[in-house]
Design a protein around this ligand. Structure first.
Ligand SMILES: NC(=O)c1ccc[n+]([C@@H]2O[C@H](COP(=O)([O-])OP(=O)(O)OC[C@H]3O[C@@H](n4cnc5c(N)ncnc54)[C@H](OP(=O)(O)O)[C@@H]3O)[C@@H](O)[C@H]2O)c1
Length: 274
């Protein structure tokens, strides 16, 4: 069902473009219902020309014209935007915060009567394969919840969870460590003498095959690992090498560090609200 309420974006950067491109390409929202505000006017003109969205003259103008308002500014700018919009009444409006680490409390406290949703779409959302974390505050009504889920379900799988868990998903859904792991396997193939192009193709198909097997055996990761580990064979030797190199600990530390970084942004803002 298409969303028929008016949508505004505050900030017209990369994630705004991803969201607009998805919403319009999948006909979830008519571009005539979308308004964007952005300090750089050339960028605003570009979004207007490419997607047919409306240009707002200010953040206040965008917020006033929208029923669902996406705040898509960098995390360090979120407090200034909340202050700027502080005088408006947001009754009946839904504020969707996308900025990494920014807590809903910022908008709940600064924007009068706003109901707030916090969403963290990861980069593959732009091709419809996102893992998307969504948190609703208690003030959200059924219709707003439905519209937000409609918009983000078109971009991948949504995981609805309490806000205190969202920094965990922000870390776990980052593609960079996954690409780094894939890249290391490609480099291993090259090191052993396979050319770059073949190595990349080989690793892609290996990983794709593993994902497909996992898809056919949901919740069975331990079984898959056992089945592919012939006693005394090559795979168990490889797993032993990973153990010796501290692989499990390094991976866990990587995600704990990502979680801490995401939490750091939020803690700074929460402290400023006390
Ligand atoms: N990119 C992603 O895939 C992704 C995914 C999930 C979450 N996020 C989060 O979304 C946030 C934005 O990321 P991004 O990648 O879209 O960053 P970005 O490309 O730098 O976009 C930020 C936009 O905000 C505009 N802006 C700056 N100050 C503003 C203000 N006072 N009022 C209104 N707009 C203002 C900037 O305009 P000027 O350039 O003209 O200054 C820019 O167009 C970040 O917190 C990020 O963590 C991003």
């Amino acid at each position: 069902m298409p969303v028929t309420r008016k949508i505004s974006f505050i900030g017209g950067g990369k994630i705004t473009e991803i969201l607009i491109a998805n919403m319009t390409a999948r006909a979830v929202v008519d571009p005539a219902l979308i308004t964007v505000s952005n300090p750089g006017k050339a960028r605003l003109e570009d979004l207007h020309k490419r997607f047919g969205v409306n240009k707002a003259s200010s953040n206040g103008d965008a917020a006033a014209s929208g029923d669902i308002i996406f705040v898509c500014v960098r995390s360090e700018i979120a407090s200034a935007v909340a202050e700027e919009l502080g005088g408006m009444d947001f009754s009946g409006k839904t504020v969707v915060t996308i900025s990494a680490g920014v807590p809903m409390k910022l908008y709940r406290e600064k924007l009068k009567n706003a109901s707030v949703v916090r969403v963290m779409p990861n980069p593959p959302s732009k091709i419809g394969y996102g893992a998307i974390a969504v948190s609703f505050d208690d003030r959200i009504d059924g219709k707003a919840r439905e519209d937000v889920m409609e918009i983000f379900s078109s971009m991948g799988k949504c995981f609805v969870l309490p806000e205190e868990k969202i920094n965990i998903l922000t870390s776990i859904t980052c593609p960079a460590p996954v690409f780094a792991f894939c890249s290391a396997i490609i480099q291993s193939s090259v090191l052993l003498g396979i050319d770059h192009a073949t190595s990349e193709d080989l690793v892609f198909h290996t990983i794709q095959g593993c994902l497909k097997e996992w898809e056919h055996n949901p919740g069975q990761m331990a079984k898959l690992l056992t089945e592919t580990s012939t006693p005394g064979g090559i795979s168990v030797q490889q797993l032993f090498s990973l153990d010796k190199g501290g692989f499990g600990g390094v991976i866990k530390q990587t995600y704990v560090d990502g979680w801490a970084k995401s939490k750091e942004f939020g803690d700074r803002i929460l402290k400023s609200l006390d």
